[in-house]
Design a binder for this molecule. Structure first.
Ligand code: ZN
Length: 105
């Protein structure tokens, strides 16, 4: 299994499926399943039943998890899909940088 390179709050673009091309923020990462939940991507409608009399019930819209391999990170600086490179700073700290523009992401 691939190591998850996507973290919460990352900006990603969807590579395939019905939401192809959509961008969104990662809301949740599920490393065990290799899945992520992305804001406004793979939204499913769930019908809720009325719990008590007089309650209307309704439709709840919620993001469902998608496979992490179907999304790619987007650099917030140059706004291009990119892979993160790891850069070791002089003080020994490791940071992730955009391979395209070199910005810290
Ligand atoms: Zn960049």
């Amino acid at each position: 299994m691939n190591k998850m390179s996507i973290r919460k709050d990352d900006l990603v673009v969807v590579l395939s499926g019905k939401d192809k091309g959509k961008q969104g923020k990662v809301l949740e990462v599920m490393p065990k399943d290799g899945k992520v939940i992305v804001e406004k991507v793979n939204v499913v409608s769930r019908h809720t039943k009325p719990r008590k009399q007089g309650d209307q019930g309704g439709i709840l819209q919620k993001e469902a998890p998608i496979y992490a391999c179907k999304v790619q990170r987007v650099c917030p600086k140059c706004n291009k899909p990119t892979r993160a490179a790891h850069k070791l700073l002089a003080d020994g700290k490791k940071v992730r940088v955009c391979k395209k523009c070199g910005a810290e992401i």
